[in-house]
Write a protein that binds this ligand. Sequence first.
Ligand code: UD1
Length: 420
Amino acid sequence: MDKLIIQGGRRLSGTVSVSGSKNAALPIIVAATILTEQPSTLRNVPDLMDLETLCHVLEGLGARLQFEKGTLSIEPIDQKTYQTPYDLVRKMRASIYVLGPLVTKLGQAKVSFPGGCAIGPRPVDLHLKGLEALGTTIEIEGGYILAKANQLIGTEIGLKGTNGSSVGATANIMMAAVLAKGTTTIRDAACEPEIEDLANFLNEMGAQVSGAGTATITIHGTKELNGVDYTIIPDRIEAGTFMVAGAITKGNIFISNAIPKHMEALTETLCQIGVQLDWQDKGVHITTPNLLAPVNVSTGVYPKFPTDMQAQIMGLMALTPGKSIITESIFPDRFMHVSELNRMGAKISVEGNNALIYGVNSLSGAPVMASDLRAGAVLILAGMAAIGETVISRIYHIDRGYEKIEDKLTNIGADIVRQK
Ligand code: UD1
């Protein structure tokens, strides 16, 4: 298995560019493949393991997908199968995105029930509740979700979960409702930029979706959708990871292709810590003379602080003088990275869904292990700031969601080598 070997202590300097958004690309690829018979072209698609896995799932359903240099050409074929096997779904939870589109397009779907993962339980009750409200019959059998419907019928659906709105359920129900009969109103919809991007994409296909980006989304069902040529938005979590990379190495970097509106909560937190950000037309310039002030952060649904940046900001807090507190409100158990950071000399303790971070003067390089995607990202950040060598294993987690991360960071001055 590959490892990343990092020599710490290099200040980053130069320009790094943000790739297309993984979490926007996932449902858009599914919609382009299942909801129309016409071919589509998607641009600014990042080269990531998660997307490769999704393409295998969709090829298993009968589609042909070809990826070259950020462009994904999709050829759906008429006779689709409606089953996705456990072996692929277990590799990537987002495979659940095929459920709504398959049932609305083909009248049935058989999708392996996704399990939990390293960041805690990941229920799909809201996905199922929404599809049932649209007229789908759901059965769970042998580890699979069996969904059946003659014709989905638009209705009003509330998607608020115990920890707020669900991104995945909102996307799934939106994709199902575009081909339903009549009007669907989703209340307590997720407002994330990736949901807005999906809605824009569906509208280009000929769907009638309004209100995406707010808590109420209205969808007037249509009979047919067409193929399109569409460019995916930049990845706000990759951009945020680079922002922290600039700060934690006291570097001087420009991050191009970052959208300021998508990053307001992170921008505010970084400013409080003492990072200097200068938003410009095409991105953001980061300088950090000194990390000054501890800060308290609570993760939440957009536009609050994203849970997907929680691990990375913790790395920065570990080197910020004073006591910072992170409250994880979306995935209360998402603290697997704490013990690895502590092995590098951080002083962090966890109480319930709070992490208490006592800033230290320096971290020291160590052998560490990535336990999930963002937990892996913070180990790269900590390794770049640490004294000495850090060796990160299980980096397949990082490859799921960061495109050529060691190349991008090496180009701006980091010393990171991939050992095959
Ligand atoms: C998506 C993102 C993930 C991000 C998360 C929260 C993708 C592919 N993944 O995951 O990177 O960390 O949003 O921003 O876009 N919940 C339920 N019932 C459900 C579904 C969710 O209770 O049916 C709960 C979850 O346990 C969690 C909260 O709702 O506490 C939010 O989860 P959700 O937004 O659905 O996350 P994902 O879509 O899986």
